[in-house]
Design a protein around this ligand. Structure first.
Ligand code: ZN
Length: 139
């Protein structure tokens, strides 16, 4: 994703910016599964958190990283409350039951980071229908 001046203005005009410790709430649209979503154009969108993080870092975030909130507010896009993490599939080890619960937790996080259901299902090795169902349960 390339961030132009126009996109940057459009994005931050939809954020209620506060102090560094406060949550900066996204006032724009939410996706169907209620995650903060930023429309880059009529056809493409990304997660608001991912856009905020990329703008803050000033460089492209690789597809192997996802942006995770460190606060509990799903609308928060304050870069101070966001962190970058590697794709969770690299950390998936241990017993099947641990993998199962990690997968459950990772799906909504990945979705809110702008990954499609198809991408998540491939990355985690979970069937598309199941990924979609787990996502609905988490919402
Ligand atoms: Zn926050």
């Amino acid at each position: 994703m390339r961030i132009t001046e126009r996109l940057r203005r459009k994005f931050w005009s939809q954020v209620e910016i506060g102090s560094e410790s406060e949550c900066w709430e996204w006032k724009g649209v939410l996706s169907q599964d209620r995650f903060a979503k930023f429309n880059l154009s009529r056809m493409t969108s990304t997660s608001a958190q991912r856009f905020a993080m990329q703008d803050y870092l000033g460089k492209r975030i690789s597809k192997h990283h996802y942006v995770v909130r460190t606060c509990e507010n799903p609308r928060c896009v304050n870069p101070a409350h966001l962190t970058l993490s590697y794709s969770p599939k690299l950390t998936f080890k241990r017993s099947p039951s641990v993998i199962k619960s990690q997968t459950r937790r990772a799906i909504p996080v990945l979705r809110s980071s702008g990954f499609s259901i198809t991408e998540i299902s491939r990355a985690l090795g979970v069937k598309w229908m199941k990924t979609s169902r787990l996502l609905r349960q988490a919402a």
